[in-house]
Design a protein around this ligand. Sequence first.
Ligand SMILES: [Zn+2]
Length: 562
Amino acid sequence: MSKFNRRDFLGLGALLAAPSGWQQNPTPVQQNSSPDLILINGRVFTIDDATPRAEAFAVKNGMFIAIGRTAEIRGMATRNTAVIDCGGMTVTPGFIDTHCHPSGVNELYTVNLDLRTIREIKDALRKKAAETPAGYWVTGFKFDDTKLEEGRALSRKDLDEAVPDHPVSVAHRGGHTTWYNSKAFELAGVTRATPDPDDGRFFRDASGELQGQVAERARNVFSRVGRREEFTPDEQRKRGQAGMAHISQLLTATGLTTVHDAGADSNRLRAYQDAYAAGQLRHRAYLMIRGPYEQLRNAGVYTGLGNEFVRIGGVKYGADGSASERTMRMSTPFVGKPDDYGILTMTQQEIHEAVEDAHRNNWQVGIHANGDVTIDMVLNAYERVLEQWPHPDRRHRIEHCSLVNPQLLRRIKDTGTIPTPFWTYVHYHGDKWRAYGDQTMKWMFAHRSFLDAGIRVPGASDYTPGPFEPLMAIQSMVTRKDYSGHVWGPNQKIAVDEALRVATINGAYASYEENVKGSISAGKYADFVILERDPHDVDPDQIKNIRVVRTVVGGKTVFSRT
Ligand SMILES: [Zn+2]
């Protein structure tokens, strides 16, 4: 039994819950007015326990106003009502990704290297170099070392063959390592004789020659050399807005209607607001603040400020390494590395201070903690503040919360903590899980265990480290199978219906918005997705191939295949 029990102070709940201001409350439903839009002949999974299945619904002023059978809903329509006839296709609430970095890289201006052959990567870089003045950087991102058909590593020589005269950088999608060409090493003055710094590494081949890959802070020397395009603040701002409009289009094309940004700094806050003001933000954003937290806090801002599209979420911290790049802090070592238990990036004291500050200033806090050691430290801090300054419904978060055990699950449940585990990782990253082994993987990305413990667990891509497609996420959580067919931690499989809840209503709960989104219910925002096929009916290994036909946010179509 944990020393902390939420029920102990429920009497205080009414007093304390009211002024927190985090809860979004629905607008009263106008039952009798004629709808702006009706959807009929659908196979509608509402994710609302009162009416789990329906055929049709009506929308007015961006909200669902009625849910029922096609004949009933059709009867509400007038001449001015738009009609979507689904023809039997599947409809679900819009999908919610609770930890994503959609504004981390401006995708409009960076070469996308999410490609499967070295040849294609070279072609893409060569093309970009042809339109870039000599001496200026050519930068690519989303490269994945475990996905190449050639079955060998990308090398400095590959990059030299593609682009000899510009410095080139190719960032791994995980974000912790980058590849460079010889021109870049030359400009940075790094040779085979250069030693590795303490907090990074220049990877070398068997003969000691620079291989091209560079880890962590060893990359800093490259940021000071070569020429980069320079922009006035105004141009920079326009690029930020255009990049946001672009990524919003990509996100909504996969059925996402709400995305939590897990690292919003001032530039990104501005980009969200600029895109929203220009009518270019298609999805709803919940912004976890990294950077200007103190300024916002001092200005009297706290979690929940904003509107239904751009809303301030929690404050974000990072306390350990990465799951996909195999540096998270665990109580057991990595496979084949008996001395490697991973990396911590905050002390217990720093975590206590950060959490106390956020909690007492009425901010939700989200701390990146992948390994069991780190999760324990974060829970220590949550238990401490909730004991001293109780609140019945605080919902602090553990970002990723990758490796758990029964004791941690109980403490997560008792503190009302929200874990946000990766949901496309099992399928997409496959090979990387060998570093943990099958035993440890039984307790990683543990959607089954969270649900069984009564925790309202959502899902998260962490994009770019993981792909954001929610249908791939559903497949991954349902099958626990990677791209090559290996099943990791089969005990953590969940059913399609459970995966749909994870992807919708549980995501809404993580941002205090379960009253306004996450299900197809009267009074909630009309955010929904039409799928070409029903994920309950297809071969589970094909769920990711189901096509999104239409995505609707607040009654407006933001993506349509036709
Ligand atoms: Zn992240």
